[in-house]
Design a protein around this ligand. Structure first.
Ligand code: 5GP
Length: 176
């Protein structure tokens, strides 16, 4: 058990299991995108370790770019709106794979998909290290999922709790 800020966490997915699964996802991508040079669009900050491990295991030609989402309160009833920052690459005609750390409610991914689709890629798919199916409210098609997990807070391998924990080499779950 480890402590980060005020909370305790137990190990949930060890590094070996996690990285073996990520290598499998890379194999699937090699197969699905043979001869197509996909553009990986990794969502910062949380996906940086996942995408590094994934890309190291991809054997076909591929490219990478990084984006951030800024979150601000929209006016009136629109609520939270997320805007993509840093997407300077030409997307039109590309085979895009969006790389996320975790899909929870699905709001972030739905918003992202809408904005990237508007740039007319040839194809667009999602790879996420973790998915919480029970928490997902907006259905999004997740082609590459590392692990489907229960609806509990996790950290490590890029995911943080209030800024800390991103450097942990495996996934930890909030202790009971
Ligand atoms: P969604 O829009 O799908 O609800 O949320 C996605 C974002 O919420 C993720 O990219 C991540 O930043 C954050 N998030 C959701 N669940 C967790 C979790 O269990 N742990 C951490 N560290 N972040 C999470």
């Amino acid at each position: 058990m480890i402590q980060i800020h005020d909370k305790h966490f137990d190990i949930f997915i060890d590094q070996e299991t996690l990285e073996a699964r990520i290598a499998k996802l890379a194999e699937q991508i090699d197969h699905d995108y043979a001869g197509r040079c996909p553009l990986l669009i990794a969502v910062l900050n949380g996906s940086f370790l996942f995408v590094a491990e994934l890309m190291k295991n991809i054997r076909i030609d591929c490219e990478i770019t990084f984006i951030r989402l800024n979150s601000y309160e929209g006016t009136g009833t629109t609520g939270k709106v997320k805007q993509i920052l840093g997407l300077s690459e030409e997307i039109s005609g590309r085979d895009v794979v969006i790389i996320e750390d975790i899909v929870d409610t699905g709001h972030t991914m739905a918003e992202l998909l809408g904005q990237v689709t508007a740039k007319k890629p040839r194809s667009i798919e999602i790879a996420t290290m973790l998915h919480k199916p029970e928490a997902t409210r907006i259905p999004v098609t997740l082609k590459y999922v590392g692990f489907a997990i229960e609806n509990k807070f996790v950290l490590g391998y890029g995911l943080d709790y209030d800024g800390l924990g991103r450097n942990l080499p495996c996934i930890y779950q909030l202790a009971e």
